[in-house]
Write a protein that binds this ligand. Structure first.
Ligand code: SF4
Length: 328
């Protein structure tokens, strides 16, 4: 989509915008279903990158301890518990610049993927930069989707990260698409960007071919010691507008209300679901950031008459399409 089309949608009167998002949603998804995902940090801290929002960068004094890679056995145990608690998607994140074929740590991740896939869960991984070969290996091991967020607009990106470029992000996403894995790609609001920056990010996402299967929309969780500590909370109506616009622009994507929910009220979260966000991360911790506990989330979903999505329901298959990502 063109930026001006996204702007026109975004600037629709709020209730009309939400009504349109709800209509679009019902053309593709079951009423009142929310997918529950678990995100596990399988290797925490000590990352060489300098992402300004991240407590795991070794460049900042954040108090996050460096931990070694979890074993496949440990990961399988946690994934089994996540499934028992209702999650249908299990995401594994590792704090490093990228993965290399032949690295024993990558071999260990591949084994973890195989074990989690055997449990019948959707498997998502976020491992940083990825080449063609590594992407193919992950796909073969059973990865459903690879997460690699754009974070923000191309223009604002260098203000947030200097150790890699926006184009590096696009290159990794292209490798993911070529492998046949789905793309999970979204952004983070509240990093000093403008509303226009958010729409520019969305413009890039809407021009992916195939479109992303999953779009996480995060609100910054300011982490002590990082350059972005102290940023103000995202305005709830700006968040709702972006969710509704994303739903309209990418109707088949899972729009995931991701990090930052502890800074939203229950009413604010309800409005995000009403605007047709249809997934949350579930569990008391999101990598290193706090997240509402599972009991609180269960209670909220029940009060809103929302049901956790059944395993593999509504997954959009994009595996037959192997076209490159749109470039800027
Ligand atoms: S976001 Fe990822 S790549 Fe960036 S510093 Fe954190 S762990 Fe490293």
């Amino acid at each position: 989509m063109m930026l001006r089309d996204l702007q026109a949608i975004y600037e629709t009167p709020l209730f009309d915008l939400i009504a349109r998002a709800r209509r679009v949603y019902l053309e593709h998804w079951k009423m009142n279903e929310v997918q529950l995902c678990t995100l596990l940090s399988i290797k925490t801290g000590g990352c060489s990158e300098d992402c300004g929002y991240c407590a795991q960068s070794s460049r900042y004094q954040t108090g996050v301890e460096r931990e070694s890679l979890m074993t496949p056995e440990e990961i399988e145990t946690i994934a089994t518990r996540a499934k028992e608690n209702g999650s249908t998607r299990f995401c594994m994140g590792a704090a490093w610049k990228g993965v290399r074929d032949g690295d024993p740590r990558f071999e260990s991740v591949l084994e973890s993927v195989r074990r989690v896939a055997k449990l019948g869960l959707e498997v998502c991984v976020t491992l940083g930069q990825l080449g063609e070969k590594e992407a193919a290996q992950l796909k073969q091991a059973g990865v459903t989707a690879y997460n690699h967020n754009l974070d923000t607009s191309p223009e604002h990106y260098p203000n947030i990260v200097t150790t890699h470029t926006f184009q590096d992000r696009l290159d990794t996403i292209r490798h993911v698409q070529h492998s046949g894995m789905s793309v999970c790609c979204g952004g983070i609001l509240g990093m000093g960007e403008t509303e226009l920056d958010r729409l520019k990010m969305l413009e890039v996402l809407t021009n992916f071919d195939p479109p992303p299967e999953s779009v996480p929309i995060n609100c910054l969780m300011p982490m002590a010691g990082t350059p972005l500590d102290g940023q103000a909370s995202v305005d709830i109506f700006e968040l709702v507008r972006l969710i509704a616009t994303t739903r309209i622009a990418l109707p088949r994507a899972k729009v995931r209300l991701s990090a930052g929910r502890t800074r939203l009220t229950r009413e604010g979260q309800a409005l995000c679901f009403f605007a047709r966000a249809n997934s949350i991360f579930y569990g008391a911790k999101l990598l290193t950031a706090a997240n509402p506990g599972t009991d609180a989330d269960r209670a909220l979903l029940e009060e809103l008459d929302l049901q956790p999505q059944a395993p593999f329901a509504g997954v959009v298959s994009q595996h037959s399409q192997r076209r490159p990502v749109a470039t800027l």
